[in-house]
Design a protein around this ligand. Structure first.
Ligand code: AMP
Ligand code: MG
Length: 360
């Protein structure tokens, strides 16, 4: 097929991302980060995100096409994140995708951002010496896999019944794991986002130095909760409502301890899931999935449940760019969707669109 490429867009939060994909292969994956803009707020400021998406989206599209060595005649469809995410941010990607679909007379495929994170492990880099026209179009299939999605906006356990049909087995009842790390990092003055800094500092500290509680051990569910850890951190760091300055080594120890506490909570619930269910394989996705300690702790948990997972090798996205919010994963999801003509004008943002709502 000549025009089998997908131009995919993700503006769900604070990264403007545009990718060109062919099936599971990624030809380009541009991410224009807004981190510098949001640093001053210590989190994502929606109207600032919207304005930055508006400014960055067209240059990002041009660069994505150029890097892929493709043009609009090569595109079979435009894919866009419809939700979940920040409403004003989603709106920019959707409006742009609608315009492009109408201008180039190609279908618009709306994609669930969380489905993108689930299938991010299936994405593959385009082999360098194969032109995209010659790539194999076979899409990997899977049944009964467990995804652990850990990001700044979401933390959940998802079963892929089959691709397109998902069951949420457990999820955070309050903050996401990345959000928890970011908020505690803010108390420690580590800048935004703090997750990667905490990972580096944790290497120099003792994970047992500060005892944090293990949340939700009395509940039978696989749900998670990180707000108690955040409160515990605040109580330890504050004196009479004011944050105490810490010595360097104390900061390292605090980072190692809170990182360990957050990941121990995830692996405690993962262990429970593996004791109660059997899965074909385990997938990890989301921004926090870039963390090497989290990966190690999950691998150890899988090892202690050997025999309950058909393929015990933890699958992770092939690059850190595919862990964070990115459009390549949206393109991969779109390649599984039928491209029949839908009325693209009817596609509206869905800021709270849950994975369980997908029809499959
Ligand atoms: P996402 O929401 O998927 O874009 O991911 C962003 C979140 O991932 C933020 O909360 C970051 O602090 C967090 N994050 C990114 N890299 C790391 C890392 N190496 N360790 C821990 N958290 C991380
Ligand atoms: Mg995300």
């Amino acid at each position: 097929m000549k025009n089998n490429l997908i131009l995919a867009i993700d503006t769900s939060c604070d990264d403007t991302s545009v990718a060109v994909t062919s099936g599971k292969y990624v030809l380009s994956n541009i991410i224009a980060s807004q981190t510098e803009l949001h640093k001053q707020y210590g989190g994502v400021f929606p109207t600032v995100a919207k304005q930055a998406h508006k400014e960055q989206i067209l240059p990002a599209i041009l660069i994505a096409l150029k890097r892929a060595g493709a043009n609009w005649q090569d595109m079979a469809a435009v894919a866009v994140t419809q939700g979940p995410g920040l409403a004003p941010a989603l709106e920019v990607g959707i409006a742009t995708a609608k315009r492009l679909s109408s201008k180039h007379q190609i279908p618009l495929i709306p994609v669930n951002h969380l489905e993108g994170h689930v299938l991010s492990v299936l994405a593959q880099p385009k082999p360098q010496n194969v032109p995209w026209q010659k790539l194999d179009t076979l899409l990997p299939q899977t049944k009964n896999s467990l995804s652990i999605l850990v990001s700044g906006g979401n933390t959940l356990f998802v079963k892929t019944v089959k691709i397109g049909k998902y069951k949420v087995l457990g999820q955070t009842l309050d903050d996401a794991a990345g959000e928890c790390l970011d908020k505690i990092g803010r108390m420690l003055n580590l800048g935004y986002p703090a997750g990667p800094v905490i990972e580096q500092f944790a290497k120099l500290g003792d994970p047992k130095a500060v005892p944090f509680p293990l949340p939700l051990t009395m509940t039978k569910t696989y749900d998670l909760s990180f707000s108690g850890l955040k409160t515990a951190a605040r109580n330890l760091l504050e004196e009479n409502g004011v944050l105490k300055p810490l010595e360097k080594q104390a900061v390292y120890d605090f980072c190692a301890s809170i990182q360990f506490a957050v990941f121990r909570h995830i692996t405690y619930k993962l262990n429970k899931l593996l004791v109660d269910h059997e899965f074909s394989q385990i997938w990890l996705g989301g921004g926090v999935a870039a963390n090497a300690t989290l990966r190690r702790m999950i691998r150890e948990t899988i090892r202690t449940n050997a025999g309950r997972v058909q393929n015990p090798k933890l699958a992770v996205p092939y690059s850190k760019k595919l862990c964070m919010d990115n459009a390549a994963m949206i393109g991969v999801v779109a390649s599984y969707k039928p491209t029949q003509k839908t009325d693209s004008e009817k596609i509206e943002r869905r800021p709270r669109w849950g994975l369980g709502e997908l029809k499959g």
